[in-house]
Write a new protein. Structure first.
Length: 364
């Protein structure tokens, strides 16, 4: 079997919104961009992957088209480890993080999709199997910045069956509003999105001590200040989580060695795909750090995260950005039911995208 084509595809999926419009980077967020990676083989098996697209998707598309795709044409897609090693070694001068690694991530996910399809089994079984049929999902709310809206959205998520809720807020009134909705029964996590210095984060963590947070996520800027995170973790009254901004295994190694995190959050579309995220799981086990992947995706990135988590020894909640769509190429398999994801049982990642919708939503 040989790879005959690698096609990057940018898809824009409009969100179904009510009167409360979330924000990202200070601007209204009304849609989601997804960089799909379609890998075709000479035996007719096609794999689908996803590269990180929440920021700088233009550069990721270029990296796929100009750097990553051409290097793997003609190669056997089943040689995943060798392909990964060759790409990382040949491209390290373009950066050990950022668009090049995002592109490698998308390719890797597609190669694992091909491998599982070729083996006629769902991916999680190829990764070690599981007795589970579902995994708990947690509602990862978008940022609203208004306490009343945050409380309403939190109650709505709980009514839909979610038993874990995460905010993307850093104001006390918004966090307290969500805590009122969660009570003592539903764990509440807070992703701050890197707003504070170390001293500011220490003060904020102490101020939030009475909120009984399951974790405080990405509280410090810059996110690679591992010594600062370790200082915060030593003083904070709640667990500290981070890692979505790490794009290679060595960053996680350094974080764990200095005691910066209790919860590691590798992102499968940023870290190097399935191949690399599995190494982070092993590293976490060696350092006594819990691994809960970051997965704010609505396609192969989310589906790959579900499979990787399903194959883990312990139950891991899977992040689902809390928003709805009128239509999506991946249909209902990206939607939890009663707060849980069904683990896909089709060969590969799951059902392939509806290519008619991909064509309709494609940008460029």
């Amino acid at each position: 079997m040989k790879i005959i084509r690698v096609e990057p595809i940018l898809v824009r999926t409009p969100m179904a919104l009510d009167d409360s419009v979330p924000h990202a980077g200070g601007a209204p967020k009304t849609d989601v961009h997804t960089v799909l990676v379609k890998v075709e083989t000479d035996e007719g098996i096609t794999g689908w992957g996803e590269a990180f697209a929440n920021a700088g998707w233009q550069s990721t598309l270029s990296a796929l088209a100009q750097l990553v795709g051409p290097r793997v044409l003609g190669k056997d897609p089943s040689n995943i480890a060798q392909i990964q090693a060759d790409l990382h070694r040949s491209l390290y001068n373009t950066g050990r993080s950022g668009p090049t690694v995002f592109a490698v991530s998308g390719l890797d996910i597609a190669l694992w999709d091909i491998a599982a399809k070729r083996a006629s089994m769902p991916l999680y079984k190829l990764l070690g199997g599981s007795a589970r049929t579902t995994l708990p999902a947690y509602a990862s709310l978008l940022r609203y910045g208004e306490a009343a809206v945050v409380e309403r959205k939190t109650r709505e998520a709980i009514e839909r069956g979610y038993r874990f809720v995460k905010l993307h807020e850093n104001k006390r009134d918004c966090i307290s509003a969500a805590k009122r909705a969660c009570g003592s029964e539903v764990p509440l996590m807070v992703d701050c999105s890197c707003p504070w210095t170390v001293d500011e984060a220490i003060a904020a963590a102490r101020e939030l001590a009475d909120q009984d947070l399951a974790w405080l996520e990405e509280p410090i800027y810059p996110p690679d200040d591992h010594a600062g995170l370790a200082r915060l973790r030593a003083l904070a009254p709640m667990p500290i989580a981070a890692g979505e901004n790490c794009s290679n295994l060595m960053e996680f190694k350094r974080m764990m060695e200095v005691g910066a995190i209790g919860i590691a959050q590798p992102s499968i579309t940023k870290i190097g795909g399935i191949s690399e995220i599995r190494k982070v799981f092993a590293l976490g086990e060696a350092h006594g750090v819990t691994v809960v992947p970051h997965s704010p995706y609505f396609g192969p990135g989310l589906m790959a995260s579900i499979h990787v988590c399903a194959a883990a020894a312990r139950e891991i909640p899977v992040e689902r950005y809390y928003c709805d769509f009128a239509a999506t190429p991946f249909s209902d398999q990206i939607d939890p039911k009663d707060g849980a994801f069904a683990i896909p049982q089709e060969p590969g990642l799951g059902r392939d995208p509806d290519e008619r919708l991909v064509a309709r939503m494609r940008v460029g």
